[in-house]
Design a protein around this ligand. Structure first.
Ligand SMILES: Nc1ncnc2c1ncn2[C@@H]1O[C@H](COP(=O)(O)OP(=O)(O)O)[C@@H](O)[C@H]1O
Ligand SMILES: [Mg+2]
Length: 278
C-alpha cells in the first residue's frame, strides 16, 4: 500500500444516519467526516446516546448510512468483513464453547474451509489451531484456553473477545466500550495490555469510550462528539504524548493533564446542556 493510502486508510465522508421510529424519523448522526491514518489509535468519545455505537457499526459494516460513504483501504464498506474486527462491551462469547473454541470459530471462518474467497485455499487445521493459540497467548490466556466463559472472570472474557478479534488478523480493530463493564484495576490492566498488543500488531484502532482517562491514555486522536440527536464531530484533539506511555508518568505529566482538561471541558462544559442551546 502506498503512502497516500496510508494517510487515508479509513475515510468517512458526509455520513448521515437516521432511523425510522414510531415517532417518525430520528436523526442520529449528521455530517460526519473523518480520516484515519493507518496505524492510528482513535478514541470516539461523547455522552451516552450521542451515536458512538451507531458510527462504529457503520465502520464495521453492520449498518448502512442513510447518506454518505465509508471507505477502508480504498474499498467502500458495504458489509462486515474480517479486515474490520469488532469487540463489544458484552464480549458476546458462545457460553457452551471453550475460550479456544470461541476463537477457533472466528479463525476457521476467516482462514478455514468455510470462507476462503478470492481463490485462496483453506489453511490446514494445524495452522488454524496455531493462529488460535497465538491470539490467546497475546492476551495472556494460554492457561485458560479450555475453560468456558462461565468459568472465567469478566476481564478474562473481554480478553477472549479481543483474542477473537485479533485472531482474524484485522487491518482495523473496532472496540465498543470494551472495558466499560470492568472494575477500574482490571480496566487499567487491559488498557496496558491493549497498548502493548497494538504496538506489536500495528493495527489501526477505533475505540468507543466515555472514559476521559482511557481516551487520553490510549489514543493518538480523540474524536469528540456533540450530543444527539443529529450528533456530529465537535472537535478532534491530537494527543501528542510519547509512546510507550506509562501510567505513572502520565499521572505526573502536565501535557496529560492539559489533554484531559480539554476533553472534560468539551464534555462537561460545552456539551453539558445541549437542550438549552437547542
Ligand atoms: N436501530 C435504531 N433505531 C432507532 N434509534 C436508534 C437505533 N440505533 C440507535 N438509535 C438511537 O440513536 C442514538 C445513538 O445511539 P448509540 O449510537 O447507541 O449511542 P451511544 O453508543 O453513543 O451511546 C440514540 O438516541 C439511540 O436511541
Ligand atoms: Mg454505545
Amino acid at each position: 500500500m502506498n503512502e497516500h493510502n496510508d494517510q487515508k486508510f479509513l475515510e468517512i465522508q458526509g455520513v448521515h444516519q437516521s432511523f425510522a421510529t414510531a415517532k417518525g424519523e430520528f436523526v442520529a448522526l449528521r455530517d460526519i467526516n473523518l480520516t484515519v491514518k493507518k496505524g492510528e489509535f482513535i478514541a470516539l468519545i461523547g455522552h451516552s446516546g450521542c451515536g458512538k455505537s451507531t458510527l462504529l457499526n457503520l465502520i464495521a459494516g453492520l449498518a448502512q448510512p442513510t447518506q454518505g460513504t465509508l471507505i477502508c483501504a480504498n474499498k467502500e464498506i458495504t458489509g462486515p468483513g474480517p479486515e474490520r474486527a469488532v469487540v463489544f462491551q458484552n464480549h458476546s462469547l458462545l457460553p457452551w464453547l471453550t475460550c479456544f473454541e470461541n476463537v477457533y470459530l472466528a479463525v476457521e471462518r476467516v482462514f478455514g474451509s468455510s470462507a476462503r474467497v478470492g481463490g485462496k485455499s483453506a489453511e490446514p487445521k494445524a495452522k488454524l489451531k496455531e493462529r488460535t493459540q497465538a491470539a490467546l497467548e497475546m492476551v495472556g490466556l494460554s492457561h485458560a484456553m479450555y475453560k468456558r466463559p462461565g468459568e472465567i472472570s469478566g476481564g478474562m472474557k473481554q480478553r477472549v473477545g479481543i483474542a477473537r478479534a485479533l485472531s482474524m488478523a484485522p487491518q482495523v480493530l473496532l472496540l465498543d466500550e470494551p472495558f466499560g463493564a470492568l472494575d477500574a484495576l482490571t480496566r487499567a490492566k487491559l488498557q496496558d495490555e491493549l497498548t502493548q498488543i497494538v504496538a506489536q500488531t500495528q493495527s489501526t484502532v477505533v475505540m468507543v469510550t466515555h472514559d476521559v482517562d482511557e481516551a487520553v491514555f490510549l489514543s493518538d486522536k480523540i474524536v469528540m462528539m456533540t450530543n444527539g440527536p443529529a450528533a456530529t464531530i465537535g472537535e478532534i484533539l491530537n494527543v501528542e504524548l510519547e509512546r510507550p506511555r506509562s501510567r505513572l508518568q502520565m499521572a505526573e505529566s502536565l501535557d496529560y493533564q492539559r489533554y484531559r482538561k480539554s476533553v472534560i471541558d468539551f464534555l462537561y462544559t460545552r456539551q453539558a446542556h445541549v437542550e438549552k442551546q437547542a
